[in-house]
Design a protein around this ligand. Structure first.
Ligand code: NAD
Length: 234
């Protein structure tokens, strides 16, 4: 999903920095974007590591200048019955999905404030909208991201920074395939039957909505929850 979002933002003319804990994958993504004519760089960073996030953002600033757009897509899913969720699993899921957004947003907001313009899009989850059993920690972390998005939107509306969230559902990505392979999600044909449009979504579906929210034209849209879910949550 993150790679599709990078490609869509590059297509819209933005220079793109790919930040991911998997440095090799981030490098590959940046190379792929450059091969398509984009200006792209990669940084290996664990979003739970506040200092590493700040250092990565510093490097991006050196290469590309002030940060104008932030999309937080890094995420960790975990499945367990509520009574089996260990404090360690709880903390790790919250650290990646929620603290990561906090660290990244705090690192870039000063640039946006100085410019009087900014776009932040958080990738939350439909689980935050409907409550997903068997993943209470994941659901809680994404619910917090959704609420945080609204609070940030109000805090920075007058400063020219919009903050919106996309809660995806049923998107065919490595994460959902891993969850299927582990038996936590049904196979794609079964999932498709439960989705009103009748098929899974793609990273490109998310990317198109995200690129719009990051555009100049979306300047009057802030604090919104734009479900990209094939009608699963209405
Ligand atoms: N796929 C879906 O149907 C779906 C549904 C709801 C929400 N989401 C959310 O969408 C976002 C993207 O998910 P995806 O399906 O592309 O998952 P994915 O696992 O395919 O990609 C997630 C990326 O995040 C990176 N990452 C994980 N932990 C990190 C960390 N600590 N620091 C930096 N990078 C880290 C991974 O290396 C990976 O590249 C996630 O936040 C996920 O929770 C996905």
């Amino acid at each position: 999903m993150g790679l599709s979002i990078c490609a869509a933002l590059a297509e819209a003319g933005h220079r793109v920095a790919v930040l991911d804990i998997n440095g090799t994958a981030a490098q590959r993504a940046a190379e792929h974007l450059r091969a398509d004519g984009a200006t792209a760089m990669a940084c290996a960073v664990d979003v739970t590591d506040r200092d590493a996030v700040r250092e990565a953002v510093r490097k991006v600033r050196v290469e590309f200048g002030a940060i104008e757009i932030l999309v937080t897509s890094a995420g960790l899913v975990d499945f367990a019955p509520f009574t089996d969720i260990t404090p360690e699993a709880w903390n790790r899921v919250v650290a990646v999905n929620l603290d990561g957004v906090f660290h990244c947003a705090q690192a870039v907001v000063p640039d946006m404030l100085a410019a009087g313009w900014g776009r932040i899009v958080t990738i939350s989850s439909s689980s935050a909208q409907r409550g997903s059993p068997g993943m209470v920690h994941y659901t809680a972390s994404k619910g917090a991201v959704l609420a945080m998005t609204k609070a940030l939107a109000r805090e920075y509306a007058a400063a020219g920074i919009t903050v919106n969230t996309i809660p995806p559902s049923g998107i065919d990505t490595p994460m959902s395939r891993r969850s299927q392979a582990a038996g936590h999600l049904p196979d794609s044909a079964v999932m498709a039957k439960a989705i009103p449009v009748g098929h899974l979504g793609t990273g490109e579906d998310i990317a198109a909505a995200c690129a719009f929210l990051c555009s100049e034209q979306a300047g009057y849209i802030t604090g919104q929850v734009l479900g990209v879910n094939g009608g699963s949550v209405i």
